[in-house]
Design a protein around this ligand. Sequence first.
Ligand SMILES: Cc1cc2nc3c(=O)[nH]c(=O)nc-3n(C[C@H](O)[C@H](O)[C@H](O)COP(=O)(O)OP(=O)(O)OC[C@H]3O[C@@H](n4cnc5c(N)ncnc54)[C@H](O)[C@@H]3O)c2cc1C
Length: 306
Amino acid sequence: MHDVIIIGGGPAGLSAALWCDELGLDTLVLEQGAEIGGQLLWIYNSVKNHLGVEAANGREMRDVFAAQVESAGFDLWTEAAIEMVDLRAKRITLRSGEELQSITIIIATGVRRRKLGVPGEVELTGRGVSESATRDRDLLAGKDVCVVGGGDAGVENALLLAEVCPTVTLVHRSKKLRARSEFVERLQGNHCITTFTEAVLKRIIGDKEVEAVEIQRSGALKPFQMAVRGVLIRIGVEPNTESFRDQVQTDERGYITVTSEQETSIENVFAVGDVSNPLAPTISSAIGAGATAAKVIAARLNSANR
Ligand SMILES: Cc1cc2nc3c(=O)[nH]c(=O)nc-3n(C[C@H](O)[C@H](O)[C@H](O)COP(=O)(O)OP(=O)(O)OC[C@H]3O[C@@H](n4cnc5c(N)ncnc54)[C@H](O)[C@@H]3O)c2cc1C
């Protein structure tokens, strides 16, 4: 029987674990991936907005966190895929068959990039289909590319690619781009970038590599094909809540709703970080929420006079 099982080894889960450990709680972290760090592993730009640690990229920041975590006393299992969770009973079954029991659970499962769900997307990933202009700049340089997504990430990536690609076509579902005005102004002044609003990407075509895309514009009878050699998709994120959604209260987008103590609708089940924070998904907020949950749990278990 553990005091706390934390599901997710990103900044929120690791912060909660450090605090739980320091407060004398028997703590186990379950991370489904092969390594800890969560979204930090997807950040290829420098991170300068987290007080106390500046890093050239997310992995460098992750390494700082990992070094600190290594010397702590809590258990951390990677590649710990969950088969079933009973939040009320605080029972977790791993895909390996192992059964775990805890007094409290902290959900720190973060978010994942949303997929378009169109033919060619999965098949051509890494063969012209990309998620990051910073990471894949050299691979996409000199090629005509299509960027999907009119939020900050989509428009920023289109601007980055326009520095190295002859043409960039930006496709956005709605009438108005959602990106901040400084990005939109730069986009409008860039002659390499063509923007199609009220348009959706229907298909990515290619045998071994991306060769073309099919775009459907609103009001047009048929989609049209356009030759491109790269497709970059940045259409937002969605919370990793499938395993819990039917058990715990969420908002309409699946984010877990919590109290100011980070507690969910189920007693002694907490949620921290991006999975419960669509408003301010940042490293600092995730770390802060982890600390809050740990403090609340420690106070509760100590007052129960175990
Ligand atoms: C490109 C990019 C740039 C960013 N730049 C910044 C920045 O400059 N400054 C900033 O403050 N923030 C930035 N962020 C956001 C920041 O990375 C996140 O807010 C932060 O990582 C959230 O931490 P988290 O622990 O809540 O979730 P995550 O980092 O998403 O970690 C969740 C972890 O849970 C694991 N998990 C999921 N489901 C399960 C399961 N069922 N079982 C076990 N484990 C599971 C995942 O594998 C993952 O390791 C950026 C994010 C991205 C993608």
